[in-house]
Write a protein that binds this ligand. Sequence first.
Ligand code: BG6
Length: 483
Amino acid sequence: MKNIPVVMIIFGGSGDLAHRKLYPALFNLYEQGLIHDDFAVIATARRPWSHDYLREQISDAIHETHAEVNENDVHDFASHFYYQSHDVTNVEHYQTLKKLAQDLNDRYSAEGNRIFYMAMAPRFFGTIATHINDQHLTSTGFNRIVVEKPFGHDLASAEKLNKQINASFKEDDVFRIDHYLGKEMVQNILPLRFTNPLIKNIWNTATIKNIQVTLSEQLGVEARGGYYETSGALRDMVQNHIFQIITLLAMPQPQNLEAASIHAAKQELLDSLLIPTKEEVMQHFVRGQYLGTDNTFGYRQEANVADNSLTETYVAGEIKFAKGPVAGVPLYFRTGKEMKEKKSRIDVVLKHQSNPYGSVHSNNLTIEIDPQMCIYLTINGKKITEPGIRREKLAYSFSKEELAQVPDGYERLLRDVFVNDSTNFTHWSELKRYWQFIDAVENVWAEDNQSAQPQMSEYLPYRMGPKAANHIFESATEHWIYE
Ligand code: BG6
């Protein structure tokens, strides 16, 4: 593999994301030779760490995520890391950072290539982008920037942030991370849809009744109550992960697999995204909050959460497109904290067709993303000893060895940043459409919050969420497949 010379600057270098995801992923890329001799990483954060202390942290992060490692490799890898105590609002600190980046560029022959990574609290993204620009931190080689979610809080703030970033980086150099796009089974959606005539030929409005996307989590908001209060499930999970999954499920076939073609096909679909009216939001969307039990807090009792909070920890709703292979087909989604189990899955429900056996189930195609990874088709056949029809599953699964080979999403996506492949990142024009949709729903809710009885369902923890979500469907014959 070609070694890519670069100086990488991570804002938020002492944080949880860097420790749990970025450092282990970078180590794997190092072990594969993608970055090797000619790279340096500057980790910045406010704390007064030393280079040595950072390197100890790097070593810990690798040991925590790898069963077996070569200690010399860990040591060599960590020696490429430098710590810079940095206050993102202090202009002078950017000058110090710039000087360090230049020195390391020369020391490591990094050819003027620079990758910036915003891995800290999103409220600082705009400030960092502004100072990267006004303090001229970009260099003479390639300059790329990776931006964590959330990218804005609504369309207006996302537009503002985008402008601040675009002052130094053109769209092709902006990598907006959605870690769901690095997941094996999410990356499997397009090959599944387009390489199997069996599936490709049924992927249309005539055959598909509805599609259901469930991203349920067992954990509550934990220590993130403060952030969550400003977000809620719709912004936290639907604006990005659920929308990206649904886009992959509904987009037309791209002309080829180049990033530009994939984004063009996504855009063609998103141009026809139907923005819900107030009536549609009231009818086809449900928001909820988890209640407490004897042993657990309800959402309103969590730390940094208002005791009259109207922030949703659960949302179910509907997305539709006017064009594309599944034009007019309802794409239902739901996501929530403190649900029965951790489960990310997609169910594609086929319409019934008349048959001489009477009332039998139709077929469902299920794609399990997490924690299992598999695809199965529920099909009918005859019962063995008695008359009638039974249901069985045709499954596509992975061996233990194959599962062990699946890289972490962050490793995949970081590799893509190094090799300049933006296929699995969110393009600005996609993000804009997602925000338009989310803003429409949020506006209806904001208005509803002023009413005497806002529509906020409560739900018992560790079950399937609010009962009201069973009534969001367009027709009486529809229901959630995964219960
Ligand atoms: C993040 C959300 O983007 O995704 C979290 O901010 C959520 O609230 C997480 O827990 C879920 O990701 P995964 O990969 O565990 O399904």
